[in-house]
Design a binder for this molecule. Structure first.
Ligand SMILES: NC(=O)c1ccc[n+]([C@@H]2O[C@H](COP(=O)([O-])OP(=O)(O)OC[C@H]3O[C@@H](n4cnc5c(N)ncnc54)[C@H](O)[C@@H]3O)[C@@H](O)[C@H]2O)c1
Length: 367
């Protein structure tokens, strides 16, 4: 098989990590590296023996690419993705696909009818643990959703992290803080497994623990269409922090913590038990059920392997398609807007209203 020619836009930390993964995959051949840092990209590309570019449009034009992988800071994802799609080039985009839902929707519209694949680097969707939970919930085993709860506070970052890259920790450079940088995987998994809420209310603290413009501490309360509620808590300023995801349904509970899944199945519907039990302190019988978790998975290379396979086989689904990535952007935008405007936000979000809100944040930070 002739390998697929892929170019990387953004030859920083993630871009070069993906370049290393690509070199291990027979399906792809690294055909170009693009970065606005000319000196760095020429030196790096030279070592890999591939052409260097400082303009992605030139790389797409010059190199007869089959695919591009976009690993720039967030604000540059939409123009690069849209350009590639318009030129019939398959796209793998780093998370988040965009800073706001308006751009995300435009990218999805650009993809519709393009005839190429558009995937997102949500590698945690390939983690067997989360795949197992996704399948369990999708099978209906937990019954009607009652409550979700994700505490993801082990994203600790010292000030030096925010100081190392000009784009980090600023509205203009990154478009947000912990929600947009660290949490896209959890926000995506939460919606992938539990569905989207219809409304949320958040409390966001800007620079609570760091010298940054953006949020580093968030508590959000989600409401689902059936009345179920969810909590999402995150921070980059706690130690050791926690990572616990809990899903409660009418027929059982799943808890993901410490790389383990705990699944407790109720002997009957809890709703029914509440209505029919005749003893005032009766309990619902519960049994713990083993959830077999295969080894491996969850790495970037799994997403790239699927991406290559999906390019070659139009029948194969992309693990994390671009059209689904708008949900993570929606949750992040809505939490931030709700937290800073101190009001509940209805979903789906008004993209124009969010852009105006973000523009105000950028303008006020510049004063
Ligand atoms: N999937 C994951 O687990 C994961 C982990 C870390 C980062 N990321 C994501 O990867 C992306 C890149 O993050 P990073 O940590 O590698 O950042 P980085 O700062 O290390 O690298 C970004 C690179 O993009 C270059 N760049 C900026 N604008 C450009 C443009 N218009 N055209 C070409 N190059 C441009 C910069 O010069 C830099 O070299 C971000 O979206 C980030 O959220 C994903």
């Amino acid at each position: 098989m002739t390998p697929l020619r892929i170019g990387i836009v953004g030859a920083g930390g993630m871009g070069m990590s993906h370049a290393a993964a690509i070199s291990e995959l027979g399906e792809f051949e690294l055909a170009g590296l693009c970065d606005v840092d000319r000196e760095m990209v020429e030196a790096t590309a030279g070592k890999s023996g591939v052409p260097a570019f400082t303009d992605y449009t030139e790389m797409v034009r010059a190199d007869r690419l089959d695919a591009v992988l976009v690993a720039t800071p967030h604000y540059f994802h939409p123009p690069v993705v849209e350009h590639a799609l318009a030129n019939g080039v398959h796209v793998m985009c780093e998370k988040p696909i965009a800073v706001h839902v308006r751009d995300a929707q435009r990218m999805i519209d650009a993809h519709a009818g393009s005839g190429v694949r558009f995937g997102v680097m949500f590698q945690m969707r390939t983690n067997p643990l989360f795949r197992a939970v996704h399948e369990l919930v999708a099978s209906g085993a937990l019954g009607e959703l009652q409550r979700t709860n994700w505490i993801i506070t082990n994203w600790y970052r010292p000030q030096a992290y925010y100081d190392m890259g000009g784009w980090r920790g600023t509205w203009k450079g990154e478009g947000g803080g912990v929600l947009i940088n660290q949490c896209p995987h959890q926000l995506d998994l939460m919606q992938w497994i539990c569905g989207m809420p219809v409304r949320l209310r958040a409390h966001c603290r800007l620079g609570a623990r760091h010298e940054i413009e953006v949020e580093d501490d968030v508590t959000a309360v989600l409401e689902y269409a059936n009345g179920a509620t969810g909590i999402f808590v995150t921070s980059t300023g706690e130690a050791p922090g926690a990572n616990r995801f809990e899903i409660v349904g009418d027929l059982g509970t799943v808890i993901v913590e410490n790389d383990e899944v705990r699944y407790c199945r109720t002997a009957m519907s809890v709703r029914q038990h509440i209505a029919t039990a005749d003893k005032s302190f009766a309990k619902v019988d519960v049994e713990e059920v083993d959830v077999p978790i295969p080894a491996g998975g969850g790495a970037h290379i799994d997403i790239l392997t699927n991406f290559a396979a999906a390019i070659l086989d139009p029948e194969l689904a992309v693990v994390a398609p671009g059209c689904e990535a708008i949900n993570q952007v929606t949750l992040q935008n809505a939490m931030l807007m709700s937290g800073l405007q101190k009001r509940p936000v209805e979903l789906p979000l008004d993209g124009d209203a969010y852009v105006a809100f973000l523009d105000d944040l950028i303008a006020s930070a510049a004063q």
